[in-house]
Design a protein around this ligand. Structure first.
Ligand SMILES: Nc1nc2c(c(=O)[nH]1)N[C@H]1C(S)=C(S)[C@@H](COP(=O)(O)O)O[C@H]1N2
Ligand SMILES: [Mo]
Length: 331
């Protein structure tokens, strides 16, 4: 793995299966093209592939015009998961509990108009329109691993900016120690809100230092395009060192709190899903091991397993956030 972020000083390498240097250079060139306005050609190629795969793709993310050519995003050198896998094998329980349900059902989600409510312990509470939210900081591409607590993983080029930029913008009070994230709960468009799998709206939370960490991405796109609805359009969280369920989709509310906030999965099964939920191969889920994972798009459904990495491979960047904590108790 190689993560580079000139602005944050990340430069860490560990052995793992890596993308060939050629493909890596191609990707970098593609990103530079996106930024310099030559995107049409590159996108035509993507569109052709799309036609072959017959997967609907939402198109270019307008705010990417502002993306700098020297992208200061964190890059993982693992092979990027095919778009088709990342956009058809999903967890978005509001649209159904089968992996194929969100891609089939989420088309009913209305993502425009959209705004995110900022509330709680901040100097500047209030609603922020999506158009304004897109402009809080320059967009970056970050190729992150994502590890679902159920044992599958993927590598996705997300597009967004560090959540810290938004947090600074709204000026939290000194008493704010945590942030709670709430996502859309609209019975008109989300068939599974009538089920009692979870206590809706879906809620997640981070400690302030986790939320401020540069890797924590407020995410608007993937694969150089707008997020597909099943992946959490128009705006979601991506916290790459934590299990996938921390990555709340279709955010509508960001609340600054003094106490550790409740989260949907912790409420549903506290002995299985803790507040921290850092990826940890040494702490098993009560019902299964977390030592290995299956990478989406690799050799079909019964592929050989990969070893799961501590903090999903981001230990050098985030390990110090948990210094001295008993990770088997604070799971
Ligand atoms: N609102 C909402 N956000 C959600 C979920 C959900 O059911 N509802 N599922 C979570 C889980 S369990 C995972 S693994 C990731 C999956 O993200 P992906 O579909 O983009 O891979 O989204 C997370 N965010
Ligand atoms: Mo998950």
């Amino acid at each position: 793995m190689l993560i580079r972020n000139s602005s944050n000083g990340f430069d860490h390498a560990v052995p793992s299966e890596i993308t060939s240097p050629d493909i890596y250079r191609q990707r970098r060139r593609f990103i530079a093209h996106m930024a310099s306005g030559v995107a049409g050609i590159a996108l035509a190629t993507w569109a052709q592939r799309d036609a072959r795969a017959s997967v609907h793709r939402p198109g270019k993310l307008a705010a990417m015009d502002a993306m700098p050519s020297n992208v200061a995003g964190a890059m993982v050198m693992d092979k990027v998961t095919p778009y088709t896998d990342a956009s058809t094998y999903n967890n978005y329980y509001e649209f159904g509990t089968d992996k194929s349900d969100p891609a089939r059902n989420a088309h009913t989600l209305v993502t425009n108009p959209w705004s995110v409510q900022i509330e709680g312990l901040v100097k500047k509470p209030g609603a922020i329109d999506l158009a304004d939210l897109l402009k809080v900081a320059p967009m970056e591409e970050r190729v992150y691993r994502m590890r679902c607590v159920e044992g599958w993983s993927m590598v996705v080029p997300w597009v967004g900016y560090s959540l810290s930029a938004l947090i600074r913008r709204v000026e939290p009070l000194g008493s704010a120690k945590f942030i709670q994230f709430e996502t859309l709960a609209d019975r008109k468009v989300m068939p599974y809100l009538n089920s009692r799998v979870l206590d809706w709206p879906y809620a997640e939370g981070l400690r302030m230092d986790e939320a401020m960490h540069p890797l924590t991405l407020l995410t608007f796109g993937m694969y150089s395009e707008v997020l597909p609805k099943q992946n959490g359009a128009p705006v979601r969280l991506v916290v790459p060192w934590k299990y996938g369920f921390k990555n709340a989709k279709s955010l509508v509310r960001i609340r600054f709190t003094e106490q550790m906030p409740s989260t949907a999965w912790n409420k549903a099964a506290a002995n299985e899903y803790g507040f921290f939920s850092n990826v940890n191969p040494n702490v098993d889920h009560p019902r299964w091991s977390q030592a290995t994972e299956r990478r989406l798009g690799e050799d079909g459904l019964f592929a050989k397993k990969r070893k799961t990495l501590m903090f999903n491979g981001y230990e050098a960047q985030v390990g110090q956030l948990y210094a001295g904590m008993d990770l088997s108790k604070n799971y």
